[in-house]
Design a protein around this ligand. Structure first.
Ligand SMILES: NC(=O)c1ccc[n+]([C@@H]2O[C@H](COP(=O)([O-])OP(=O)(O)OC[C@H]3O[C@@H](n4cnc5c(N)ncnc54)[C@H](OP(=O)(O)O)[C@@H]3O)[C@@H](O)[C@H]2O)c1
Length: 259
C-alpha cells in the first residue's frame, strides 16, 4: 500500500513537471524582470531568465539556487540580433507559453538634460529605439514559432504610461527618447497582434505603473508601488488574456491604458 502511494506521488510529480508552463523574460536580472522571474518560479513555471551581461548576474544565480529545476539562465542582449537568433535556435524544441518583452532603458532620471527639449542628445536616440522598440519586435519575430507551439500562446511587452499620449493626467517632463521609443513599441506590438491573431497568439501591452526598483535607491514619491504589487497585477492580467484581447493595452491594475 505504501509503495503504491509512493508510486502515485512520483507519477503525479512527473506529470506536474512535464505539464509545467514556460515563460521567457528579457532583462530578468533586476527590477521588474527579476520580480517576474521570482513570481513565475513561485508558481512552478519553467523560467527562461535572460540577461545581457558577460557572466550570469548574482541576482539570477541566487534565484537558480532557490529553484534549481525551474530557472534556466540564458544570455540575450535585446539589441544583438545574432544573439537573439542564436537563442531562438538553441531553444527550437522548447514551447514558450508566455514571452515577456521586459528589457528596456529609461535613461538616468537624475540627469534629465539629454532627453529634455533645449539640451537633447541626439546621438542617444538610436540606442533607445534599438533596445526599447526594435528589440521586442525582433524577439517576437524570432520566438513566434516557440509561442505558437505552446498551449497558452501569449506575447506581452512592458510599455510605459510615459508613452501614453492619450493619458489625461500629469505627464513626465522631458523623456523624449524614452517616451517615443515606447510609442513605437506599442505600434509594433499592435502590428504583431494583427499578424499573429490567425495563429491563435494573443499579443498585449502592459503598463507596470511607477514601480520602486533597485536602481531608484531610496527615492520615494507618491504613487510609487512595490514590484510585488505591479508584477502580481500584470501576471493576473496575463493569466486572463484571451485572443479577444490581442492588441490591447492594460495597466497593471487591470484598467485599459490609453495609447
Ligand atoms: N520601474 C518603473 O516604474 C517602470 C515604469 C514604466 C515602465 N517600465 C519598464 O519596465 C521595464 C523594466 O524596467 P525596470 O524599471 O525594471 O528597470 P531596470 O531595473 O533597469 O531593469 C531593466 C532591465 O533591462 C535590462 N536591459 C537593458 N538593456 C538591455 C539590453 N540591451 N539587452 C538585454 N537586457 C537589457 C537591464 O539589464 P542590465 O542590468 O544589464 O542593465 C535590466 O535587467 C522597462 O522596459 C521599463 O521601460 C518601468
Amino acid at each position: 500500500m505504501r509503495l503504491t502511494l509512493f508510486a502515485a506521488a512520483i507519477a503525479a510529480f512527473v506529470a506536474t513537471s512535464a505539464d509545467a508552463k514556460t515563460v521567457l523574460i528579457t532583462g530578468s536580472n533586476s527590477g521588474i524582470g527579476l520580480e517576474f522571474a521570482k513570481q513565475y518560479a513561485a508558481k512552478g513555471w519553467d523560467v527562461i531568465a535572460t540577461h545581457r551581461r558577460s557572466e550570469a548576474p548574482e541576482s539570477l544565480k541566487t534565484l537558480l539556487a532557490k529553484h534549481p529545476d525551474l530557472i534556466h539562465i540564458e544570455t540575450m542582449d535585446v539589441s544583438n540580433h545574432e544573439q537573439i537568433d542564436a537563442l531562438a535556435a538553441k531553444l527550437s524544441d522548447t514551447a514558450i507559453d508566455v514571452l515577456i518583452n521586459n528589457a528596456g532603458i529609461t535613461g538616468d532620471f537624475r540627469n534629465p538634460a539629454p532627453q529634455s527639449f533645449g539640451t537633447l542628445a541626439y546621438d542617444d536616440w538610436e540606442n533607445f529605439m534599438r533596445i526599447n522598440a526594435l528589440g521586442p519586435l525582433k524577439i517576437s519575430e524570432a520566438f513566434a514559432p516557440h509561442v505558437k507551439a505552446s498551449e497558452d500562446k501569449k506575447i506581452v511587452a512592458v510599455s510605459s504610461l510615459a508613452g501614453s499620449f492619450g493619458f489625461k493626467g500629469p505627464t513626465m517632463p522631458g523623456g523624449y527618447w524614452y517616451k517615443v521609443s515606447k510609442v513605437t513599441l506599442n505600434g509594433y506590438m499592435k502590428n504583431v497582434a494583427n499578424d499573429l491573431k490567425g495563429d491563435g497568439v494573443t499579443v498585449a501591452l502592459l503598463s507596470p505603473g511607477q514601480v520602486k526598483v533597485e536602481k531608484m535607491g531610496n527615492v520615494n514619491f507618491p504613487g510609487l508601488i512595490e514590484p510585488s504589487e505591479s508584477i502580481g497585477g500584470m501576471i493576473s492580467i496575463i493569466d486572463g488574456l484571451t485572443i479577444e484581447d490581442s492588441g490591447a493595452y492594460y495597466s497593471y491594475d487591470g484598467k485599459p491604458q490609453p495609447f
